[in-house]
Design a protein around this ligand. Structure first.
Ligand SMILES: NC(=O)c1ccc[n+]([C@@H]2O[C@H](COP(=O)([O-])OP(=O)(O)OC[C@H]3O[C@@H](n4cnc5c(N)ncnc54)[C@H](OP(=O)(O)O)[C@@H]3O)[C@@H](O)[C@H]2O)c1
Length: 272
């Protein structure tokens, strides 16, 4: 895969940082976006040290801020033309019942997980079409199943998956590939960020065995992109879970979800 420009949102940690490392040899210019500028600079010097011809541009930007997004889009649109890969990766979650969610967190999830994906893609589509670029949208296995205690997050990822499929069909004749990546749980900072104040992370052994390494998510998704696939569920166990979730009738899902363990909810009521 060769690109002139690779743009990665949420590159200061986790999957975004791994995408930057994995794609450093496949592009002339890379734009990495996140709020933590120091982390971006460290990543830029790390990958530049092994890829002498690569130009890395650090964009410190709060994607939850629509004015900051507009300014970022303006700068991205000024970049020299050439085959571009846009990776909409930045995202965050919020564990717990929606009724107790903080307003700022609700707003940030809508802005980063949904609005930023929609707007960046829209702004860059003309150049993606012009130069046969590609789009990788990081959804989640949660896109396939409504999740109580993670309701807005799962719904935001259902948006990403649905948006990717619709856009892919629209762009069928253009040569632009739109790939939705649906990872299961991955050890990144995501879990810590999604915790609410006073919550501690307690995981069932079954869930612990369900984790996929960030490197595997990145490698399998880039392989899927190279094969021009529509969707990627990195790791066989996650792919299988996705198949099962999508086959379940809604009435059965409701039955199971209504009987979910109430660990998070009771933890929250202890706090309030
Ligand atoms: N880890 C998992 O279990 C898992 C599973 C399925 C899907 N995913 C998805 O994978 C993607 C990457 O998550 P991750 O696991 O790598 O988590 P992570 O380590 O927490 O990374 C999230 C990235 O998003 C950036 N970000 C968050 N809010 C932002 C904002 N307001 N403005 C700009 N950047 C922002 C963060 O940068 P700053 O904080 O520096 O701004 C960070 O670079 C997300 O879309 C997530 O939903 C994760």
């Amino acid at each position: 895969m060769e690109y002139e420009l690779v743009i990665i949102t949420g590159a200061s940690s986790g999957l975004g940082r791994e995408y930057a490392r994995a794609l450093a040899g496949c592009t002339r210019t890379m734009v990495i976006v996140a709020r933590r500028g120091e982390r971006l600079k460290n990543l830029a010097s790390e990958i530049s040290s092994t890829h002498a011809n690569l130009v890395v541009i650090c964009e410190t930007c709060d994607l939850a801020d629509s004015a900051a997004r507009d300014q970022l889009v303006g700068r991205l649109q000024q970049m020299p033309a050439g085959r571009t890969l846009l990776i909409n990766n930045a995202g965050l979650g919020d564990y717990g019942e929606y009724v107790n969610a903080q307003k700022e967190r609700v707003r940030a999830m809508v802005q980063v997980n949904i609005a930023a994906v929609a707007e960046l893609t829209h702004a860059l589509l003309p150049r993606l079409i012009e130069d046969r670029g590609d789009v990788v949208n990081i959804a989640s296995l949660a896109a396939d199943i409504p999740l109580p205690d993670f309701a807005l997050y799962a719904a935001s990822k259902a948006f990403v998956a649905s948006f990717s499929e619709g856009l892919r069909a629209e762009l069928r004749q253009s040569g632009v590939c739109v790939l939705a990546v649906c990872p299961g749980p991955v050890h990144t900072e995501f879990g810590e960020v999604a915790l609410r104040r006073g919550q501690t992370k307690r995981e069932a052994p079954l869930r612990r065995s369900f984790y996929t390494a960030a490197e595997v998510v990145v490698r399998e998704s880039l392989e899927a992109l190279a094969k021009r696939r529509a969707r990627c569920y990195p790791a066989m166990k996650v792919w299988l879970a996705g198949c099962i979730f999508r086959m379940l009738p809604l009435w059965f899902l409701r039955f199971v979800l209504n009987r979910r363990p109430r660990r998070m909810a009771s933890q929250l009521s202890e706090l309030s």
